[in-house]
Design a protein around this ligand. Sequence first.
Ligand SMILES: Cc1ncc(COP(=O)(O)O)c(C=O)c1O
Length: 451
Amino acid sequence: MLKPEIKTELPGPLAKEWLSKDKRFISPSYTRSYPAVVERGEGVWIYDVDGNRFLDMTAGVAVLATGHSHPEIINTAIEQMKKLVHMSGTDFYYPAEIMLAEKLAEIVPGAANRKVFFGNSGAEANEAALKLSRFHTKRPYVIAFIGAFHGRTYGAMSLSGSKSIHHKGFAPLIQGVIHVPYPDPYRPPFGISGDEVSDAVIDYIENVVFKKLVDPEEVAAIFFEPIQGEGGYIVPPSDFFGKLRELTSRYDILMVDDEVQAGMGRTGRMFAIEHFDVVPDIVTIAKGIASGFPLGAMVAKSSLMDWSAGAHASTFGGNPVSCMVALKTIELLENGLIENAEKMGTYLISRLKELMKDYEFIGDVRGKGLMIGVDIVKDRESKEYNPELRNRIVDEAFKRGLLMLAAGPSAIRWSPALTVRKEELDVALEIFEEALKSVEKGGKRWQRREC
Ligand SMILES: Cc1ncc(COP(=O)(O)O)c(C=O)c1O
């Protein structure tokens, strides 16, 4: 069984050279946690520029559903590149884009009568959903959740509510976004208990937002992540979205389901909202859809797509190579990877929960499929966030050859490729536990920029 191999100090000599160039030429707004300078990847393995081998439990921020450099993905891309790399779907027609739209229309919850807008990223997919929601309903307001992350363009950024640094210095944001608490059963809002959280949030929307702030008939849409990603990998109670559907249907408010991080098989279903048995009006997709090629999609009920030519478009959106790779990705997901995500996720959650017996600072292990958060706390009683300790664990894992990322105020996310095997998870868990042990003794941190 392959294991990580760290042959140099970290960062190694070549990595150091790249880091100093990066410092000179790359925007300092990026949020690197530790100095991993990546040269190539294969499956769940990453090799850095100094030849060190790492086990990647991030999948490039939950993107590489099929793992690094999957041979069928590479072949699909090469074959399409030989035929057509770009033509711009906004002004021309080509089969790849139409075929993918047909497939997405078939697989999103509710199926039938869906139309697709293609962009290049999650932010663009949400931006398109925001524009379409306002355009179609002719209503000015939208609701989004505290803790949400929908992207960094002005509309998507205005919908987000996970970190104030995302907004700092960029005001005024777009008008008309109202944020409400997310139904987090582990740290419930309003000082209530976890099992009351669905009703409490619905009640807040109905009796505070709709009665005191805006009339529900002026609300175009509610944007939500079925499992919050950047906010800390938070899974709402199973009855929440059904209750939200009931409320939104009463006032013809659109439900916009941001599946950018949770979608495309990651949670053991093609779309995470399937766990909640609810049909949203609009679904936004990016990250996992095209195995690392840039692509975003906004899939809406056809009846909502009443905007006319010129209302919204993107030069690169729906690139033929990305679209063909997305079709191949979906084929691989449907033929075993979603099932694997569910199976491996169940195994990983149970192993991580076992660790809670020995490590008092693990407050919570939560997730679905291979979207799993481990919450690091000061103590279980207070559930106080412990970002300092969380960051040290991530750093200690890196030093031992395990790539992980933080999520939210104090969670560590597990979001490996959906191809991951049990033996690979076992290696990752072994190193993770070494990292946990080492912070008990007081490990050293890299200087990081907060994201
Ligand atoms: C749920 C969610 N929506 C939107 C985005 C933004 O996607 P992108 O970075 O591709 O614009 C992200 C990115 O992390 C995300 O997790």
